[in-house]
Design a protein around this ligand. Sequence first.
Ligand code: BTN
Length: 254
Amino acid sequence: EEYLETKFIGRKIYYFDTIDSTNIKAKELAYKEDEGTLVIAEEQTLGRGRLGRTWISPKKKGIWMSIILKPSIDPMKVAKITQIGAAAIALALEDLGIEAFIKWPNDIVMNGKKVCGILTEMSCELNMINYVIMGVGINVNLGSEDFSGEVSNVGTSLKIQSGKVIDRKKLLGLFLNRFEELYIPFVGKDDFFETLKVCREKSILIGKEVRIIRGKDEEKGKVLGINDDGELIIDYGNGKIENVLSGEVSVRGL
Ligand code: BTN
């Protein structure tokens, strides 16, 4: 709270010692609570990642949280909220003197390994949004003992990468401030400019050869950039250049 400078993001907080998943709890609360309400827990027993994966959420070592949002925007634009989240994390880390990169659209990486992931879920009907839940998991002070087996190749923490123990409250405050700063112009006047700038500057994918995975299909291409809609511009090398929407693909380095 001492770090919070927001108008409405994180002004009401549901805090849990242990919970199944903050996204699940946020969905339960979404109808009765106002926009900006935060659900946060010290530990999750059923933390979930994208594509049905589990998200390890050990006690007091990370930031496991979900924000309830009620934007009056086209549901097609909800993916941009995830990008706002990713940009806000990168900026908050920069505020702490930590250089991290965005792996489009919603992972934050250091040394090629993931320190943060975002799981955005939405409820809408008749093209109107009821609510959006943006779940954010930041691996803050996890140690190497928390990454066993396969996850050690893909996951890491801010502490492992920076060599420092990080104040989770401070990082949370900085993130919420940065998030609101980018969210207000976006929902108010469709202004996505600052987020795009950050996503481009901090992108780890631009200029890289990648594999684009759609279901069982896999294609190789080179990332040319991010267009004004936040989509990835891919050059497949055979004269075909295409914009790729987040959500429909998974991108891996070669
Ligand atoms: C991913 O990269 O796959 C997304 C990970 C999202 C994890 C966060 S932790 C808080 C919130 N609650 C969940 O169960 N998941 C998200």
